[in-house]
Every structure is written in C-alpha cells, then in structure tokens.
Write a protein that binds this ligand. Structure first.
Ligand SMILES: [Ca+2]
Length: 388
C-alpha cells in the first residue's frame, strides 16, 4: 500500500513530462514522414524515451577551469602518446592504406581517435535515438537535434547498422571518432568492403577511414602542417597576430619570426600567428589545415590538442614555451570583466568565461576602431581600465 501511495504522489509530474514528450514525438514523427522516411523506419521512434540525464549533461557548464596548458598536457599525456604509438605499430597496413587513399597523415587520424574515444575504449553506450530525441524535445537547439535525429533514422534505413547497435555519447556522437549522424551520412565510408559503413564495430577500419574521408572533404591539404610553434623577435608588433593576418612564411621570416628551435622558416603556405595563451605563452603559426581540424571540433584548444598529439606521435618534440598562469597578464576575473564590458557596449566578445580567443580579439579591434585609438586587438589591463 505504501508503494501505491508513493506512486500516486509522484504520478502527476511524470505524467505531465510524458505528455509533453508524447506531443513532441507525434509532431516529429509527422515531420520525419514528410521528409520521406519509411513507416517501417519510423517504428523505431516507438522505442525512443526521454532521458533526463542526457539533458542534465548537456546543460552542465563547459569545463573552463582548466587552462590551455593543462588541457594540452592531458591531450598529449605520456600515457596517450604511448597509446598512440602502440596503435601506430598495431595497424601499419590499415593506416598506410588510409593515408594513400585520403592524403591525411596517420598521426592525425590516430590523434583524433585518441582524443575522441581513447582509441576506441570509450565509444559511448547511450541509445542514439533517445539521446537526440531528448535533446530535441528539451528545445534549446531543437532544429539542430531534429536534423541529427532524422539523420540517425536515415542511417537505420540505409542498413549500415541496427537499432540495437546505434549507440553513442550523451551528445549523440557515435563510434571510434565520434561522428554525428549527419556527418556519418555525408562522409562515412565502407573501407573494409563488407557492404556496411560500420563505425561502431570493434574493428576501427571504417571509423578511421571515415575520419580521413571527412578531413579530406573539408579541404585537408597533403604535406601541409596543421601549425608549428614559432618564436617572435623582441619587440614584435602583436597587432600582426591573429588568424585574420595570414601571409607568406618568408614575409614572417623577414619580420624575424623563426621556428621555436630558432630554425629559419621555410615552406610556401601562407600562415597566421596565434597566441592561444597570450603573448607570454607559446606562439603558433597556423595553416589552412588548422581550420580543417576546427570543423571537427571548433575549440582552438581541441585543435591544438589533436595537432600537438599528432606531432608527438610523428616523433616531434614537446611545446617549448611555457604556458603562463595568467594569459595576457590578466587574472581570470579581469579577463571576464573585459569580455563583459565589451559585450555591454555592443562589441560581441563572446561568453564571458575568461578565455579571450579570436572572437574577443575581434571585439577589441572593433572597440579600438570605434574609439579611434591604435588597433591592436590585444587584451590588457590598460584596455580594461579604459573600459571602466
Ligand atoms: Ca564496412
């Protein structure tokens, strides 16, 4: 009896949530049918349930406490570098075939595999349809997740995998290298020729080749680095840094920029200088391939993590410059305040999280232009003082 009482006391709230989800399910089913999905495929929606934990995870604040230096140290930890080396020696033939087919270096593919799923160990076991349905129903990015849910249903319809194997992360990312369903539809390949594009299998063949196919389609350029660390001469004009200012490496060399080792710059690709941890941290010359990696995950920290891990796997050394404790010589609180004050004035500096990236620097340039002061795009305490 006690159980019954309890059941009646919680029932109304649960029923209310269910009613909302059921209404969304019916609406989505109609939209999916209008998109041409077969009735047979849509039956998979009967199994879909709302997963509160997915939404809680999605709403949890992104990790911003970790500095870039800590992030990179974890991305290319000795353990992960070792793991990647084991992978390189375990799959030489497969990686060679992928490299030959797509012109993407094996170290990049293995680095992404390491970052995305610890080389396949953590591929995600959440049911993808319910995950995407929960995120769509919750509503903040309904269009995005409904597109992904439609794509997931199309994957089922294609026969590439079955409903019970359609598993992924709490964000709907699937397989060894965490493809979203829409990316799967566009870029996944059947590299072992068994008739199915299977990125979920223990065998990573299709997943790794699909990752290379994706990067190739996004414009990966053979023999071009993602970036490399450079050294700036004393008194270098920081206003020349930022990804919008790309120029020939020989022009950078004339300004006194060298490899971090001191070696002369060579190569014909245009590069731009970025200061991801401010001017007292490492400086990177980035190339178009940097932006190709950004299509995989937009965060600069991710791209530098993957890129640096790939460098280590290729036998190149650690990042030479130290990561400073206070980027731009400002405390986290000051950097947040700077972002907030720029936002308040209508200069879009992004979420005030203390991480001043390209968006923040563009906002500073706009602000300086509007004020008629020298345009540097460089955050500083003086700049903050002027904003107060
Ligand atoms: Ca296959």
């Amino acid at each position: 009896m006690a159980g019954l009482l309890l059941a009646t006391s919680i029932a109304p709230k649960a029923a209310l949530a269910n009613a909302g989800f059921e209404a969304w399910r019916a609406g989505f089913r109609a939209r999916a049918a209008a998109n041409g999905l077969l009735a047979d495929t849509l039956r998979a929606l009967d199994e879909v349930e709302f997963l509160p934990r997915v939404v809680q995870t999605d709403k949890a604040p992104a990790e911003t406490a970790r500095s870039l230096g800590d992030y990179i140290a974890a991305a290319a930890s000795p353990q992960r570098v070792k793991g990647g080396q084991v992978i390189l020696s375990r799959y030489p033939t497969l990686l060679g075939r992928i490299e030959a087919e797509y012109d993407v270096p094996r170290e990049i593919i293995v680095a992404i595999w390491g970052m995305e799923s610890s080389f396949g160990a953590v591929r995600g076991s959440a049911p993808v349809l319910s995950t995407l349905a929960s995120l769509a129903y919750e509503g903040r990015r309904r269009d995005l997740f409904e597109v992904e849910l439609l794509a997931a249903l199309k994957i089922l319809e294609s026969g590439d995998t079955s409903l019970s194997r359609l598993k992924g992360s709490y964000a709907g990312a699937m397989g060894h290298t965490q493809f979203m369903p829409s990316s799967f539809l566009r870029y996944a390949v059947d590299f072992n020729n068994d008739g199915r594009r299977d990125i979920w299998a223990d065998d990573p063949t299709d997943a790794l080749a699909s990752t290379a196919a994706y990067l190739r389609a996004k414009g990966w350029q053979k023999d071009q680095p993602w970036a490399y660390e450079v050294r700036l001469p004393q008194g270098f004009d920081l206003a020349r840094t930022g990804r919008v200012y790309a120029q020939r490496q020989k022009d950078w060399a004339q300004l006194g920029v060298t490899h971090a080792s001191g070696e002369k710059l060579s190569g014909s690709d245009h590069g731009a200088l970025i200061l991801p941890a401010g001017p007292s941290g490492p400086v990177f010359m980035i190339f178009d391939n940097f932006h190709v990696l950004k299509t995989y995950n937009y965060a600069d920290s991710y791209v530098i993590g993957v890129g640096h891990l790939s460098d280590r796997l290729a036998g190149r050394g650690a990042i030479r410059a130290k990561f400073p404790g206070d980027p731009w010589g400002m405390t986290t609180a000051e950097r947040k305040e700077l972002q907030k004050r720029l936002n308040d004035l209508g200069f879009k500096a992004g979420r005030p999280d203390g991480v001043i990236g390209e968006k923040g620097r563009a906002a500073i340039r706009s602000y300086q232009t509007a004020r008629g002061v020298p345009v540097t795009g460089v955050p500083s305490r003086d700049l903050l003082a002027g904003l107060r």
